[in-house]
Design a protein around this ligand. Sequence first.
Ligand SMILES: *Cc1c(COP(=O)(O)O)cnc(C)c1O
Length: 366
Amino acid sequence: MRLVRPKVRACVQSIQPYQPGKPVEEVERELGVRGAVKLASNENPLGPAPQVIRVLKQAAGSIGVYPDGGCYYLRQALGQYLKLRAEEIIIGNGSNELLVLLGLALLEPGDEVLTSQMSFVVYYSVPQLMDAKLIAVPMRNYQFDLETMARAITRRTRIIFIANPNNPTGTAVAPVALREFIKKVPKKCLVVLDEAYYEYADSRIMGLSLDLVRERENVVVLRTFSKAYGLAGLRIGYGVAPKSIVDAIERVREPFSVNHLAQLGARAALEAGGHMRQSVELARSERTRMGKILAGMGFKIIPSQTNFIFTQAPIRDSQKFSRDLMREGIIIRPFAGSHVRITMGTRVQNDKMIRAVKRVLGNYKK
Ligand SMILES: *Cc1c(COP(=O)(O)O)cnc(C)c1O
């Protein structure tokens, strides 16, 4: 008898599901280690500000009603913070949701999405979901190669994704180069500047993107509360976009995707700016400190504008290296060849990571 199943779209079948890491507790149990340190997902080691926790505890009783679908107060607060009108701001269930909604709103089958290799996984799954064509040009020196990307634009290019600074390589593009690039992009093609690590970058190289949204009709800037604000578990991010794009996203989104606690937590986090700045200071000083120590141990360090370090480790196989580190209670993220990405933790956590790396490399020499 032939087995008949509901038919899944061929393009969906081709999507690689996101591989979530195991919960830290499970890793500890399986490997028999205690006090494992997760430096694999670019989370904020300080967590959220104490004010945020207070607000969330007080609000826990109010989750019986639907959230404000328009995110009214948060958009007002962000408008003030960014000196923009609330109508130019869009809130998402993480900036991830906004990336998907942009794809849903803009892409016809066969359209092209242009980005770079070695960037954020969602840029590769959004075109697949929409039956669009992915064009990912190689990086140059671990950076987005904007010159090559400009040459790769065609009549069918509808979205260009640029992570600035980039995950996983940690590099940022120079403002002059970005402006030049955007001048070359046809107006009917949308440029998405994903600034998830905006807060961690040197201010000299940032600060241009919101001007670009205003100057051009085809630029969107995405930011998130998941990293410098320490709210990754709440799922909330935002975008600044021209009115036509805000309007399109409002049409494709579901009514209540941004939950009540996330909206309250994000507002409280914005008010607790000191905690965010402290988190950024920690990541900046630790990426310098760890960069030097790791370089001294033979790692090739890619200069970082983020809360993590991307590096070529003095080993052959990053998968094996990461597994060996996990047995020492340190969880990092392996990439192709000998590349790994290490999120900056607290000083204590990072020192523990260095000791584990020394032990693992020492064992390789034996
Ligand atoms: C972490 C990250 C995000 C943020 O995702 P959220 O859905 O807001 O948690 C977006 N883009 C990049 C490149 C990231 O690394």
